[in-house]
Design a protein around this ligand. Structure first.
Ligand SMILES: Cc1cc2nc3c(=O)[nH]c(=O)nc-3n(C[C@H](O)[C@H](O)[C@H](O)COP(=O)(O)O)c2cc1C
Length: 144
């Protein structure tokens, strides 16, 4: 199992979640900002997790660019899932389901349903317990 977590983050909350997911995934895992992604980082990867804040009811621009950049079969043989960070508001929209759908479109095999994590306000902080939940989720998906 070799895992890669790719995240985008404006205020650091999605980054914190991504780092904890990566810890949970184990020693052969790393988390990188989407802006630093290079194709060769996918070499040997078995588990790919992509996370983004919800911005205007959808994934961030950088995340969409990443998803656009994958070739149609580029994620073949890679297990994929996603997460987003969002606020507890009525019209929150969605990023993680949209991301997962795109990852599957690019040949990825669905690892599990997306996960959502909550911030208290635009700039955070995260709600209590979210970092622990992120690490546990990482551990969980490392066993799939
Ligand atoms: C321009 C903008 C638009 C946002 N739109 C939404 C939204 O549609 N739904 C939502 O739940 N949160 C929304 N948020 C809150 C973000 O999801 C929140 O800032 C993000 O989870 C924080 O993650 P980060 O610290 O990694 O940037 C928005 C925030 C900004 C700055």
């Amino acid at each position: 199992m070799k895992a890669l977590v790719i995240y985008d983050s404006n205020y650091g909350n999605t980054k914190e979640i991504a780092l904890k997911i990566s810890v949970g995934l184990g020693t052969d895992s790393k988390a990188i900002p989407v802006t630093e992604f290079k194709r060769e980082y996918l070499n040997g990867v078995t588990h790919l997790v992509v996370g983004s804040p919800i911005l205007g009811w959808r994934p961030s621009e950088n995340t969409n660019k990443l998803l656009d950049s994958f070739g149609s079969e580029e994620l073949k043989d890679i297990k994929v899932t996603s997460f987003d960070t969002r606020m507890k508001i009525f019209f929150h929209g969605d990023a993680s389901n949209k991301i997962l759908r795109r990852l599957i479109d690019k040949g990825g095999e669905k690892l599990c349903d997306p996960k959502v994590f909550f911030v208290k306000d635009k700039e955070g902080p995260l709600f209590e317990g979210e970092l622990e939940r992120a690490e546990e989720w990482g551990e969980e998906i490392s066993r799939i």
